[in-house]
Every structure is written in structure tokens, then in C-alpha cells.
Design a protein around this ligand. Structure first.
Ligand code: NDP
Length: 242
């Protein structure tokens, strides 16, 4: 039987690259999305990966969704917590909805998706969890107090969960992408994007495949000694200690 992976936000952007890369590694993959049925069906049609619609900010929906995936594909050994949104604005102009939508999608989702899977991973003495944070969770970004706080939270979540599960064969790691060429970055005004690219030493945006390759590396059996790591994949834009 194939190993089973869940990739949240797996139908578009970075998540779609991660889902197809894991499929190429031999996984049966479940790609979770929020509401863009057209993109999800297009993605399913292109590669055959099963798509599932639920809100990762909704605890009950995640528990039910995980049960459905396990019924369809079998026990999940790999979880990639990738789904994320931005609702940018300076804090002095930010509405409470902008704050809470980002918190529930980007941070509550870590608990909501991991909680229904972690006990069975512990029972089987094996698991691979990769959480997608952001360069802006490491360095902070003006106009993104909500996003930077949630993504910094993902880093803390990763470090604590890694310690809790290290003796159980479960690794928990975090990738902090820099700016990657996806719909999320396409929403950045062109002038701002130009200045962002100018600040990347490698001189270009990242590619979804480059994040996906890092996920594949971290999910291999052979990388069992890498846990609690915060891995920057950002073209040298921000060189942090963790
Ligand atoms: P995209 O906007 O391209 O895709 C987002 C994906 O997440 C979609 O599949 C979307 O579903 C899904 N999603 C959004 N909200 C929910 C929800 N509540 N429940 C379930 N699924 C949801 O994002 P990116 O590929 O650009 O980003 C992926 C991750 O990488 C995010 O966590 C982001 O913060 C992070 N990141 C991205 C960077 C970049 O430069 N792009 C840089 C650093 C970090 P649907 O299609 O239905 O909307």
C-alpha cells in the first residue's frame, strides 16, 4: 500500500507543487482546498490527485476531513501544513476580521490538522510533519502584523511539537519560503514586487518546485535526525539563525 500524505492548500501555488512532488515520490496524496472548485478540479484533472474541500480553520471540519481521507486512502504518515492567506494592512487600519481570518487559517490550522493525526502517528512510531511558515514570520513585515505573527507562531509550534514527538519516530520541521512565484505574490503591486526582487541576492523569485523539493527531502525516512529545524528557502534574502 502507498504511503499517504495530506497537503493543505494543495491544489494551487506552492501546495500544488508539493502535492505533485510527493506523488512522484510514490505517495497517495490528498490535496485540501478552501473554495476554488474550478482550480481544484483543473488540478485533479492534470495529475489525478484526490482533492478535498474543507476549511483548515474549522476544527470539526478538519477532524471529519482527516477521517474521510483515511477511509479513502489509509493511515496518513505525512502532513504538510501549507494552506495560508494574507489580509494585509497597517495595524492602525486593520479590521478585527483581517486579524482573525489570518490567525485561524495560518495558525489555528496547525492545531486543527495536526491534532487528529498525531495520536495515530505516535501509535505507529512514524510520521513526517512539515509546516510552511514564511520569511515574514522570521523578520516581520510592515503591513503584515497578522501574517508575521501567525507565521512566527508556526515556528514556535514546530519547535515544541518536534520535542514532544522526537522519541516516537515523528519529525516536525518548518520551511520559511521567501517570495515564490504564485497567485499570492501576483497580488503584490508591481512596483513593490520590483523592489522585492531587487532585494533578493539570487535575483529572482523562488519556484514552487524549490519548496516542494525541500519538503520531499524532509519527508524521507533517511532524514530521521532532522527535527525541529527551521529551513529558509529564500534566495539569500534573509539569513537568520532560526
Ligand atoms: P496560494 O494563494 O497560491 O494558494 C493557497 C492554497 O491554500 C489554495 O489551495 C487555497 O484553496 C488553500 N487555502 C486557503 N485558505 C484555506 C482554508 N481556510 N482551508 C483550506 N485551504 C485553504 O498560496 P501560496 O502557494 O502562495 O502559499 C502557500 C503557503 O506558502 C502559504 O502558507 C503561504 O503563507 C506560504 N508562503 C508563500 C509565499 C509566496 O511567496 N507565495 C512566501 C512565503 C510563504 P483555494 O484554491 O480553494 O482558495
Amino acid at each position: 500500500m502507498s504511503r499517504v500524505a495530506i497537503v493543505t492548500g494543495g491544489t494551487r501555488g506552492i501546495g500544488a507543487s508539493i502535492a505533485t512532488a510527493l506523488q512522484n515520490e510514490g505517495y497517495a496524496v490528498a490535496a485540501v482546498y478552501a473554495g476554488n472548485d474550478e482550480k481544484a478540479q483543473e488540478f485533479h484533472g492534470s495529475c489525478g490527485i484526490r482533492v478535498y474541500k474543507w476549511d483548515v480553520g474549522d476544527h470539526q471540519a478538519c477532524a471529519e476531513g482527516v477521517r474521510k481521507v483515511e477511509g479513502d486512502l489509509g493511515p496518513v504518515c505525512t502532513l504538510v501544513n501549507n494552506a495560508g492567506i494574507t489580509r494585509d494592512g497597517m495595524l492602525h487600519k486593520m479590521a478585527v476580521e483581517q486579524w482573525s481570518e489570518v490567525m485561524r487559517t495560518n495558525l489555528d490550522s496547525m492545531f486543527n490538522m495536526t491534532r487528529p493525526l498525531i495520536e495515530s502517528m505516535r501509535e505507529r512510531n512514524f510520521g513526517r510533519i512539515v509546516n510552511i511558515s514564511s520569511i515574514n514570520g522570521q523578520k516581520g513585515q510592515m503591513g503584515q502584523t497578522n501574517y508575521s505573527a501567525a507565521k512566527a507562531g508556526v515556528i514556535g509550534f514546530t519547535k515544541a511539537l518536534a520535542q514532544e514527538n522526537a522519541r516516537k519516530g515523528i519529525t516536525v520541521n518548518c520551511i520559511c519560503p521567501g517570495y515564490v512565484d504564485t497567485d499570492m505574490v501576483a497580488a503584490v503591486p508591481p512596483k513593490v514586487l520590483e523592489s522585492i526582487i531587487a532585494s533578493i541576492p539570487v535575483g529572482r523569485l523562488g519556484k514552487g518546485q524549490e519548496i516542494a523539493d525541500t519538503v520531499c527531502f524532509l519527508t524521507r525516512r533517511e532524514t530521521a535526525f532532522i527535527t525541529g529545524s527551521i529551513i529558509a528557502v529564500n534566495g539569500g534574502q534573509y539569513i537568520a539563525n532560526g
